[in-house]
Write a protein of this length. Sequence first.
Lengths: 408, 431
Amino acid sequence: MIHICYGLYDRDGHYSKFVGTSMTSVFENTGDEITVHLLHDNTLNADNRDKFIYLVGKYGQQIKFYNVEVLAADRIAHIKNNLSSILQSNYSIATLYRLLIPSLVKADAKVIYIDADIIANRDVRDIWNIPLNDHPLAAMPEFACGVKFSVDKYLITSGAVVGDDYINAGLMLLNLKYLREHENEIWDKGYAFVTKHPECRYFDQDILNYCFSKNYVKLTPDFNRFVDIERVHHKPCVVRPHIYHFLSNSFNADLDDCFNRLYFSYFVKTPWFGADAFGNAFKAVENSFRAQQNSMLSMIRLLGKRDRAFFTEHNNIPAVKALFEIGDQEMIVDASNSDALMKILNALRPLNGQRKKIFFIFSGNYLAFKNFLVSQKFVEGIDFVNAMPFVSHILGMPTESHSIVRAM
Amino acid sequence: MIHICYGLYDRDGHYSKFVGTSMTSVFENTGQRVTVHILHDNTLTVGNRDKFIYLAGKYGQRVEFYNVELLAADRIEKIKSYMPEWTKQSFSIGSIYRLIIHEIVRVNKIIYLDSDIIVRRDINSLWKFNIDDYPLAAIPECLNGMEPKKNFWLCNLGIVADGDYFNSGVLVLNIERLKRNEEVLRRGYEFISTRRECQLFDQDILNYCLAAAALKLPAEFNSFVRWERRQGSAVGSKIYHFIGTFLGEGLSFNLDDPFNRLYFDYFTKSPWFGLETLSNVSKAFDETSKAQRASTLNLIKVLGRKERAFFTEHHNIPALKALFEIGDHEMIVDASNSDALMKILNALRPTRGGVDARRYSSSSRAITSRSGISCSVNSSSRASTSSMQCRSSRTSSACRQSLTRSFAPCKTIRRQPRSSAQRERVGEVSA
């Protein structure tokens, strides 16, 4: 019997399918008996619960549900009070549920923890068999799979954790015996440290690194391959018998991409793939088109009253000129000039009699511009717009379709 | 044993799933043994054939295949020679396969179903009708809200009685009788082939020859979904016809509509539902999305160089002004004026002495807003509706069509004739 565990927070009822898809990939690739331990909260609705039960039953496996809001109410309340930044982050509170595994999960020796965005395209027994001895856990050090970027990891930049040791907490084999004996280490030391240091943006992962980065079994990257990195480094892309981590939502509905196809080949085997998936996707499509139509209407309105003006990096000027067919009398602000911002502000505050301008912003750092211009009381969509979406199809950028997948 | 027949022409391999979905609905709702006879041609792919076999096997039913290009090539050619040219353009050749069932399938009695039929009741309830004394049984069009005199030329000319003209999507055929009626059918072909009015070739043939003799069945055996929707009916125990599937009135992805949901509940049970469906839908979304971005970019380009000008009907001017925030100096051409078109032409050619264009800098030229024009077309029926609303509702239905399309074959749709509104618009612009 192999024990695996997931954490689930499902605000709108559309997230459970990701956990279901990951489970399906586990079931499809193993000959072993599996017990799934699902750590959820009150957001798990009856329909999704039924689907989990159906899915597990279809594969002849077992599932146990643990409502952390009932079983660990004090901890959850404490987290919400003392680590409220997680509620505003890109992570959901469920990312911390893995820390509750030692105290809640009814399994003896060990359990494999799996993130909802992981597809096991190989037998999980390969992880299960890794000897833990007296180590707290086995996991993959992020640098090993090609992560180079560490400036956002406070534990590394502050020197508390060696970069090469930094654990990715998406897939772990947990030594329950060890962790139960050292539970205070997680909560009194790791959790306490992270709550005191808001620079720690990786919450649970930082906690585990703080506690165990010097004392864990390092897995090879084949147990936790980051799909966004695989896409860049392996062309043409080939799917291999690895465990793939689709982090930062690195999958969308473009099924010509082999990793998206891998993901959806498991999704279509889940009970979440049905008429409703299409109905929900269609609604998201309609919303997306409506937004595009609104942006078109607003362009027709604005350009009837305002002159165009452009902002872009020096080397992009010729391309932008061609794309928008910019005339010689029109304004282009060169981002490389030191007085670029001042020029924009002046142009946006025209003298009497001059027509107002609308700025098309071409910048890798649009968000910074937006914040600046908004702080100067200018309005996005009227005084300035992000020009990138208007040309993304020409630049060969993929159509944003993750929102559609999310809605399914 | 109940015998059911479909006709299948599948140019790009994406059409078989509709027949498969219809079959699934039959299998799901009957306790009887069913044999499905598929009259197809060389367009049936191995993959689709396998799926039909798998589907029938899954439900413990039978399927038999008849390649009409092998079995009745000369008959098909003969019938085609009777088809008026214009009917060939908009209709699939598969629609005439129903006319040779009695020549190919060796049974006494058979139910013919169109591929856009969903049977949500035991098919045995249709099979049970005794048609020994009739060549066929069918459902009159007038039971589905159609007005025969207005909608069907055979009724308009008094050749077929209003109450007799039936829809050819659901038929119960008496094979023996039909064989004996061969001479009647031949005269029908000869008559129809000379008539310019003919639109629905197979349906007109059958009605011309057999409408009076047919056993008429109640609407519940061939109930038009668009008619049910208009009446606000709930889904019942009926045979539903998703007529106009490809023109927006039939099937769409809006699953808040109970009839679309009904359809997809069966489709998702068919072997055509899978990864590729998702892939095709995603491609359609991608295409439409790119097209929209391209047209927005184009607007930004054009409006950087040209002035806006609008064309609409008189009563729409205030709505249009508000919607597009049109300033007093901007040009609005009133469609009710007799010289409206001349004004547009002048404005579009400012160097030839356009009136309003002179006001602008010499480099500027007017762009007649397409949105304004499309509004003018719709305006007669929706007087004060704002034009962008018309526009977005139409675009949205176009997008819905495009999705249904890629889920369905893309090119089939593009072959469809333009709606009259579209034609009108193009006509106005080019006039």
